[in-house]
Design a protein around this ligand. Structure first.
Ligand code: MAN
Ligand code: CA
Length: 258
């Protein structure tokens, strides 16, 4: 006679094996199998058939239970996989949102940076212009029409005055309009101007070499042909005609133009 023992371990699916609160049941299915031998007695043969039937039933029940357990396990695995999958999807969605937000912030920062860079350039240019302007104010430069004028605070000869102007990137003033004449005499100061006849007596030329066309000599000037008055100055500034010729070595204030 052979014997077959089947043990089925029943435990909750969500608890680990040996979990104290869990109900642990063991179904022991034991069946005795009779060796198939030629039947010798009638009633004994019928009893053996009954025993066989009940053995099959127990086996079927056990197999059913096993199937149920396998099914439960499978459901658990599928459930956990599905849950894990949806968590992964949620993480991905969150990451995508964060990425989009960061991209948007980066673009905003880029725009701000561009605006700030533009403002910085504008400020830089304004600063440059103001620095130049301040330099002019500090150095006594005055703007009139399309020129800048420097009025000296010391007195020098005509040539030294001219040299000073040239060192400042300018030259002695060239008066070539009524407005400029009015502006220069309006300074109410005796000043060297960029006009001389040193080259040819009686031929007055401006410092840029152009001949004198429109003049504003004071009454009876120029009169220094015999007394070596070869350089021109603003002298009679209260008159519309204010120029005088004077010796070039005289010391006077001067006016530069650039
Ligand atoms: C002074 C000088 C001369 C000028 C006469 C005018 O002598 O300035 O250049 O011509 O005055 O009276
Ligand atoms: Ca004179």
């Amino acid at each position: 006679m052979d014997e077959l023992d089947i043990y089925v371990n029943l435990q909750p699916l969500d608890k680990p094996s040996g979990y104290p609160g869990g109900r642990r049941s063991t179904v022991k299915c034991r069946e005795t199998f009779h060796t198939l031998e030629p039947n010798t007695a009638g009633p004994a043969r019928s009893g053996a058939r009954d025993g066989k039937k009940s053995s099959y039933r127990v086996a079927a029940v056990c197999l059913g239970l096993l199937c149920l357990l396998l099914l439960a396990g499978l459901i658990t695995v599928v459930f956990q996989y599905t849950q894990g999958n949806s968590e992964w999807k949620m993480d991905m969605a969150l990451l995508q949102t964060s990425y989009n937000n960061l991209t948007e912030e980066r673009d905003q920062l880029q725009t701000s940076y561009n605006n700030l860079a533009r403002e910085r350039d504008q400020l830089q240019s304004s600063y440059g212009m103001l620095t130049k302007e301040l330099d002019h104010v500090k150095n006594r430069w005055v703007r009139f029409s399309r020129s800048l004028y420097y009025i000296s605070s010391v007195e020098k000869s005509w040539q030294e005055s001219r040299d000073d102007c040239r060192n400042r990137g300018a030259d002695l003033v060239i008066i070539n309009s009524k407005e400029e004449q009015e502006f220069t005499r309006g300074l109410k100061k005796r000043l060297w101007i960029g006009l001389t006849d040193r080259e040819t007596e009686g031929t007055w030329r401006w410092v840029d070499g152009t001949p004198l066309t429109k003049s504003y000599w004071a009454s009876l000037e120029p009169n220094g042909a015999s007394s070596d008055e070869d350089c021109a100055e603003i002298k009679m500034y209260n008159e519309e005609t204010s120029w005088n010729d004077a010796p070039c070595d005289d010391r006077s204030f001067w006016i530069c133009e650039k």
